[in-house]
Design a protein around this ligand. Structure first.
Ligand SMILES: [Mg+2]
Length: 414
C-alpha cells in the first residue's frame, strides 16, 4: 500500500479527497467482485480499500473508491449504475459519500484470540466490552476455526498489549473461555520453536505414576507429585523421593510404560501442523528420558531432554543420573534449544501445566499454560483450558484450514 510510486499516491489516500464507500450484500456466487468492479471501471475511479467476507453463503463486499471526477460522470450516475447492476444481480447495494480514507488505526496493536467451547453470545459481548473499556478498537474479526473449539481472532488497535491482556485475563476467568492476547507484528509470524512439557501436557499421564503402578507405590508417589506441582515442595527433592520408591523395578517395565503413555488429544495434529509450517518442536520433562526419547522418535521431534533413571543389572536403582531437570533446568533447556535452533528467545513458544514449567513459560516469547494448575495459569502469558492441545495453534494465528492442509500433505503421520 505504501510502495513508492511516481504518481502522487497522496492524492488518492489524502484526507481531503471525496470518496465513496460501496457496500454490497447478498447471496454469494462467483463473479460478484468482477461484476462490481467492471461497473465501477466505467467511472475511472481508484480503489482505496477493499474488504470482503462470506458468512454462511452471504457476501459483504465493501469497496472504498475515489469519487468520480465531476468533469466527467457524476457520483449520481455512479450510484444509479451500481444500484441497477445490484438489482439485476438480486444484491443489495449501499453507497455512502464521504471524505478521505479510513480513520488511521490507533497506536498499539494486538491480536486477541478467543476460544470457546461453545463460544456464547454472552462471552463475546463481555470480551468486546472489555476491549472497548481499555480504549481498544476492534478493527477486524475473523474465525480461525470451528473445530475442536470455536476460535475467533480480533485485531485490536488503540491500546497497549499488556493492559489489554490483564483486562481480558480477568474477564476470561470469569466467563470460562480462553483468551490469548499477543502483540501484532513480525514477531508473531516469526515464531519458530515450540517447546512443550510432557507430563499432563503432551501426554495425559504423569510418567512417574505409571512406573509407580508397576512398583505398587502409586498412592505415595501421587501424593508427592501433587505437592510438587502445587509448588509446595522443592522439585528436586520430590523427584529423588519418588524415584527412590521405584528401586528394584525390573528394566522391562520401561517398555510397558512407553506403551501405556496416552498422548493428549490434538497432540499429533499440533506437532504435524507446526512441522509442516516449518517450526521446530521439542520437549523438556521433569520425567524420564526412558520415555521422552521414545516420544521424540515416534513424533519426529527436534529436541528432547529429561532426567534419566539409573539402571544397574537390569533393575532401576531408585536414583537418577546427572543433573536434575527441574524448574530452572527447563528454562535453561528452552534457551539451549533456541540457541541450537538459531531462534531468538522472543520467537519461542513454551507450553506447560505445572509449577516447574513457570520459568520456561516466562522465558519464552509466548508462554501457554495448558490446563494448568491455578498458580501457573495466573502467571503465564496466556492459558488454554480446553483439553485439546491443537487449540494452541489458534493462539499462534494458525487457522483450521492450515491445520487441514498439513494433514493432507503428511497423511502418513495421521
Ligand atoms: Mg506437566
Amino acid at each position: 500500500m505504501s510502495t513508492p510510486q511516481t504518481t502522487p499516491v497522496t492524492s488518492v489516500t489524502g484526507d481531503d479527497v471525496p470518496t465513496l464507500l460501496v457496500k454490497i450484500f447478498g447471496k454469494d456466487r462467483p463473479g460478484i467482485t468482477a461484476g462490481l468492479f467492471d461497473t465501477l471501471a466505467a467511472f475511472d475511479v481508484d480503489v482505496i480499500d477493499l474488504e470482503q467476507v462470506v458468512t454462511r453463503g452471504r457476501i459483504v463486499l465493501c469497496a472504498l473508491v475515489t469519487a468520480p471526477d465531476e468533469k466527467g460522470a457524476t457520483a449520481g450516475e455512479l450510484r444509479s449504475t451500481v444500484h441497477s447492476w445490484a438489482d439485476a444481480q438480486r444484491l443489495q447495494a449501499e453507497i455512502i459519500s464521504g471524505i478521505g480514507d479510513n480513520r488511521p488505526r490507533g497506536t498499539g496493536r494486538s491480536h486477541v484470540t478467543v476460544l470457546g467451547h461453545p463460544l456464547t453470545a454472552e462471552s463475546t459481548a463481555a470480551i468486546a466490552a472489555r476491549i472497548t473499556g481499555v480504549g481498544g478498537n476492534i478493527d477486524r474479526i475473523f474465525r480461525l476455526a470451528k473445530y475442536p473449539v470455536t476460535a475467533v481472532e480480533f485485531a485490536v488497535s488503540g491500546t497497549e498489549t499488556e493492559p489489554l491482556r490483564t483486562a481480558l485475563a480477568l474477564e476470561a476467568a470469569a466467563l470460562g473461555v480462553d483468551v490469548a492476547v499477543v502483540a501484532s507484528g513480525l514477531q508473531r509470524r516469526a515464531q519458530r520453536l515450540v517447546v512443550m512439557d510432557v507430563d499432563s501436557t503432551l501426554i495425559q499421564d504423569e510418567v512417574i505414576e505409571l512406573f509407580a503402578a508397576h512398583a505398587g507405590c502409586e498412592a505415595e508417589v501421587a501424593e508427592v507429585t501433587a505437592r510438587a506441582m502445587r509448588g509446595e515442595l522443592d522439585f528436586e527433592e520430590s523427584l529423588h523421593e519418588r524415584v527412590a520408591l521405584l528401586a528394584g523395578l525390573d528394566e522391562s517395565v520401561v517398555d510397558k510404560v512407553r506403551a501405556e503413555v496416552r498422548l493428549t488429544p490434538g497432540a499429533r495434529t499440533l506437532i504435524r501442523t507446526l512441522k509442516h509450517l516449518g517450526y521446530q518442536v521439542g520437549v523438556v520433562s521433569g520425567g524420564f528420558t526412558q520415555v521422552t526419547d521414545d516420544l521424540k522418535e515416534r513424533l519426529g521431534l527436534a529436541f528432547a531432554a529429561a532426567n534419566t533413571l539409573e539402571v544397574v543389572d537390569g533393575k532401576l536403582t531408585g536414583r537418577v543420573i546427572g543433573d536434575v531437570v527441574d524448574r530452572a533446568g527447563k528454562a535453561a533447556l528452552l534457551r539451549r534449544f533456541a540457541a541450537e535452533a538459531g531462534v531468538p528467545l522472543a520467537q519461542t513458544v513454551a507450553i506447560g501445566d505445572g509449577a516447574n514449567d513457570l520459568d520456561m513459560l516466562n522465558a519464552a516469547g509466548l508462554g501457554v499454560a495448558f490446563n494448568a494448575k491455578p498458580v501457573v495459569r495466573e502467571a503465564a502469558h496466556t492459558a488454554v483450558n480446553v483439553p485439546f492441545l491443537d487449540t494452541v495453534l489458534y493462539l499462534l494465528g494458525i487457522t483450521r484450514e492450515e491445520v487441514e492442509a498439513a494433514e493432507t500433505h503428511s497423511p502418513e503421520d495421521a
